[in-house]
Design a protein around this ligand. Structure first.
Ligand code: ZN
Ligand code: ZN
Length: 330
């Protein structure tokens, strides 16, 4: 599929054994470069649909601070959900599988992973993939949609709050995500993105409501328990997964060490690696985007890749792309 070249825009063709960019390079020293916002995002105009959604989720998540919405089951679901939805849906499926084609999974597994990813409210895959491929093509240059060299806030979330003509749907799909929109399953995800999310809200609420009634709770107790699972299991979890995903764009382009001299400012950030189950080895990733493994040294723990290896052993994943090389010992 010719389009999959887009999965590795800045990298040379992945000839077997081809050397990675110059290794064992220390972090760049001196003053940090500054970038202007992309010209296509000037002058800044608020993108109300995204601003309202991001603000709205945060506001609902704040209900978690009210005792009426608290339950330990909700808290456990929220934190389990960070892994189930964020790690498997976004990091494994949206990022390593779809954007970079680092592996292939069986169709039933793909359906499950895709639904988990859609429930993270980070757009349907086509747009996510297109924006991320553009990031790789222009990393930390002015057309990069979310370089934190503009500002930390811009790289973390600000870039989504203003209109950016370069990211207008049809244009960016045509340039970066033809392989995604050509797939009928992906077009369905795009079409049913909102209903899938709403259905997931209903599932969390109904599970709590019915479980409470089944255990002899009153109607009011059932409503309260259902609401706690909705607030914690959906909204708190979604907001946390957002900030975890966004921290790769912000923190992992600002702070950390570098194994490879890439042309961008990507870093290996251990904190981000822990909260993302391995996506924080971001300098490794920019040096070798197609590799399904982001941890290249023995101590670079990569929980996403562990999940991929488990799927591979179970016969549910194949064509798993390994790193082209490992950095020399320091
Ligand atoms: Zn990056
Ligand atoms: Zn990537």
């Amino acid at each position: 599929m010719p389009d999959t070249n887009l999965a590795v825009p800045p990298a040379p063709p992945a000839a077997p054994g081809a050397p990675l960019p110059d290794a064992s390079v220390p972090a760049a020293t001196g003053a940090r470069r500054r970038l202007e916002r992309p010209t296509s995002a000037q002058p800044p105009r608020i993108l109300w649909s995204y601003a309202a959604a991001i603000g709205g989720y945060h506001l609902v998540a704040l209900l978690a601070f009210l005792p009426w919405f608290f339950s330990w089951t909700g808290v456990v679901l929220a934190f389990l959900g960070l892994y189930v939805f964020g790690t498997l849906g976004i990091n494994l499926y949206y990022h390593r599988l779809l954007t970079h084609r680092g592996l292939v999974v069986t169709r039933p597994v793909e359906v499950v992973l895709a639904i988990l990813g859609v429930c993270c409210a980070q757009d349907a895959p086509a747009r996510w993939v297109a924006v991320h491929r553009r990031h790789h093509e222009h990393s930390d240059e002015r057309p990069d949609p979310h370089s934190p060299l503009v500002s930390f806030f811009w790289g973390h979330v600000g870039w989504m709050l203003v209109e950016n003509e370069d990211l207008s749907r049809l244009g960016i799909y045509d340039r970066y995500a033809k392989d995604i929109v050509r797939d009928r399953f992906q077009r369905r995800l795009e079409r049913y993105y909102l209903p899938i999310n709403l259905a997931s809200w209903a599932v969390f609420y109904a599970a709590g409501f019915l479980a409470s009634l089944a255990m002899g709770g009153t109607w009011m107790e059932a409503m309260q328990f259902g609401a706690s699972l909705l607030v914690w299991g959906v909204f708190v979890r979604t907001v946390l997964v957002w900030h975890i995903t966004w921290s790769v764009n912000s923190l992992a382009h600002l702070w950390g060490y570098r194994n490879y001299e890439t042309e961008d400012d990507s870093r290996n950030n251990a904190f981000v690696a822990v909260i993302t189950s391995g996506e924080g080895w971001h300098n490794n990733h920019h040096a070798d985007p197609r590799s399904a493994a982001h941890g290249h040294r023995w101590y670079e723990w990569d929980g996403v890749f562990q999940a991929i290896r488990l799927l591979e052993r179970l016969g549910l994943a194949s064509n798993v792309v390994r790193p082209r090389a490992v950095p020399p010992a320091r």
